[in-house]
Design a protein around this ligand. Structure first.
Ligand SMILES: [Zn+2]
Length: 147
């Protein structure tokens, strides 16, 4: 499948949690948080797979139907998609706005001091730009289709 993001993301997470390490088979994941209706599918529909998480909840991962690469996820609210940065045509075009779950960060991963980093999670109201917070409020207020 191919997709296009029709605007800048709300915020970019670099997550060092154990779930993300397991799912990617790597040290962390880069997630672009963006409204689900701003992810435009250009070919093929992604395939939703519910994956169990450590806390007993599940996470819906949308995979390319032909290569099974995980393209994006829903955590909680389906109106916001977490698009995996490594699936962009140019992964280098995004840098994390925040590092989260650094309590399980691998010791050889060095983080830049200029980017906020949190042991677990953070308060988006304190960190996100005002425009992104407004966009998030609009998502939560509007009805969503769980695609
Ligand atoms: Zn994570």
């Amino acid at each position: 499948m191919r997709y296009r993001l029709t605007s800048d993301p709300l915020f970019v997470h670099c997550c060092h949690c154990l779930n993300c390490q397991r799912q990617t088979g790597s040290a962390f994941v880069i997630n672009l948080l963006i409204e689900t209706d701003r992810v435009e599918w250009l070919a093929d529909e992604p395939q939703p797979i519910d994956v169990p998480r450590d806390d007993g909840s599940s996470q819906r991962i949308f995979r390319c139907p032909s290569c099974q690469v995980a393209v994006y996820s829903h955590y909680g609210h389906p109106g916001v998609s977490f698009v995996r940065g490594g699936t962009l045509d140019q992964p280098s075009s995004v840098t994390p706005d925040v590092h989260i779950f650094t309590r399980s960060k691998l010791s050889w991963v060095a983080l830049p001091e200029s980017t906020p980093a949190f042991h677990v999670y953070y308060d988006s109201k304190k960190l996100w730009p005002a425009e992104s917070l407004e966009r998030l409020t609009a998502v939560i207020a509007s009805p969503v289709s769980d695609r």
